[in-house]
Design a protein around this ligand. Structure first.
Ligand code: GRF
Length: 175
């Protein structure tokens, strides 16, 4: 069972997926300088970067078909995929989001939750549909906000949970 991973940034979730031993056929990015591409190269995984979203989507589809890929995994991929692409791969694209959806959709979810003053936030893994963080939920894990937490310590806690939860959920989906 094979996956591709789409990233835009540092790729710590990608790293947790690599470390979990999942078979990653390609790592792709809309940013040539995403640090996650470096992580992929170190793990000898082929990479591709393309800022033009339509071209990137065409390459993903071609590579996924040619390599019999079962799941497209978004890990810090910061672009909204086009509806035609979503339709083509419906039920085969997953994302991880650092809040308990449907609360705090979109960018800066951890900061937004912290500033709102929630006592519990968390992590959501969900299918990707045409909306922003609106697809059906696959798994969630709660994270308590302690009185002494700062946004930085909360970020640390959330990322720690992400790095355990995401590889586990992906493994389950590939079963
Ligand atoms: C993660 O917090 C993920 O939930 C969100 O973007 C962040 C990506 O971080 N979608 P990284 O690139 O995996 O380090």
């Amino acid at each position: 069972m094979a996956i591709v991973v789409l990233i835009s940034g540092s790729g710590t979730n990608l790293q947790s997926i690599i470390d979990a031993g999942l078979l990653i056929k390609f790592v792709m990015s809309d940013k040539h300088n995403a640090y996650g591409l470096e992580r992929a190269r170190k793990a000898k995984i082929p990479t591709l970067s393309q800022p033009k979203l339509g071209s990137l989507e065409n390459s993903i589809t071609k590579l996924c078909v040619a390599n019999k890929v079962n799941l497209i995994v978004l890990a810090g991929f910061m672009r909204l995929l086009n509806p035609e692409f979503i339709k083509r791969w419906k039920g085969k694209i997953v994302n991880i989001h650092p809040s308990l959806l449907p609360s705090f959709k979109g960018a800066h979810a951890i900061e937004k939750a912290f500033e709102y003053g929630v006592k519990v936030t968390g992590v959501t893994v969900h299918y990707v549909d045409e909306g922003m963080d609106t697809g059906s939920i696959i798994a969630q894990q709660a994270v308590k906000v302690a009185k002494r937490d700062t946004v930085e310590t909360l970020e640390e806690k959330i990322h720690k949970v992400e790095h355990k939860l995401y590889p586990k959920v992906i493994k389950d989906l590939l079963k």
